[in-house]
Design a protein around this ligand. Structure first.
Ligand SMILES: [Zn+2]
Length: 249
């Protein structure tokens, strides 16, 4: 006998399975990331309809059997995010946000703050497609790092504690480094440093903007932190062609 549970979750990913089923990766409020099977969901008359599409916030009823996989026995849509789907940029950024959550957090690590952070990000993209910016995606990822316990040290040199002459970032050291400790670090300008500290201190909706150069440095900070301390890599935080187009213009 297994146990039934109810939880709100965001559908991160959906993979075809067997003839009519799907395996879903969801991030739930109470249980963090979980894998669940939706049986018969690909049949035309499925009782789930479109309620289990990726980037949907749902109230799920789950049954846990003997395996690791839950079975979805009920689903009610809490938020379908219809508006963000009408624009390529906001849909793309929502997909990148869901992908990042799925990669950074393993199963069996509940972080209610991550669920709320993801819902906040999706709500921002839903409210205005103009929020689908590189800066917004980086601010979101920085807050994910904090939730994962991987926040980079930004206030003083992560190697020697010096508060001035901060000129680089070292993923291995776990933060900014001063000019005396910068061997193995990459350059981090004052604007990128300001963006990182700003994005970490204000709500997601008020995340600062920055030049493309500063945003690229900030993205490298996030990537290098995850690589050294989480052993993982994320997709780029923005489509490459639009980054290239912006820096040409
Ligand atoms: Zn130093």
């Amino acid at each position: 006998m297994g146990a039934s549970l109810k939880t709100e979750a965001v559908i991160l990913r959906s993979l075809r399975y067997g003839e009519a089923d799907r395996i879903l990766h969801v991030y739930s409020l109470e249980h963090g990331r979980i894998g669940a099977i939706a049986k018969g969901v690909r049949r035309a008359k499925s009782r789930f309809g479109g309620r289990l599409e990726p980037i949907t916030r749902s109230a799920l009823l789950l049954h846990r059997g003997r395996g690791d996989l839950y079975t979805i026995t009920g689903a009610d849509t809490v938020e379908a995010y219809r508006r963000l789907r009408e624009h390529h940029a906001s849909l793309d950024m929502a997909a990148r946000a869901c992908d990042a959550v799925g990669r950074v957090f393993a199963e069996g690590e509940p972080h209610p703050a991550v669920f709320h952070l993801l819902c906040n990000e999706l709500a921002l993209l839903e409210a205005d497609p103009a929020n689908a910016t590189h800066a917004n995606q980086l601010a979101f990822r920085l807050k994910l790092l904090v939730a994962a316990g991987l926040a980079p040290q930004l206030g003083s040199c992560a190697a020697c504690g010096e508060a001035d002459h901060l000129s680089g970032f070292s993923g291995a050291a776990g933060g900014v480094v001063c000019s005396a400790c910068e061997a193995g670090a990459f350059p981090l300008g004052a604007e990128a440093h300001g963006f990182l500290t700003g994005a970490l201190t204000v709500p997601l909706a008020h995340a600062p903007g920055a030049s493309d150069l500063a945003l690229r440095q900030a993205e490298r900070v996030i990537a290098s932190t995850l690589e050294h301390h989480g052993g993982l890599r994320l997709r780029d935080a923005a489509p490459r062609r639009s980054v290239a187009a912006r820096s040409r213009g």
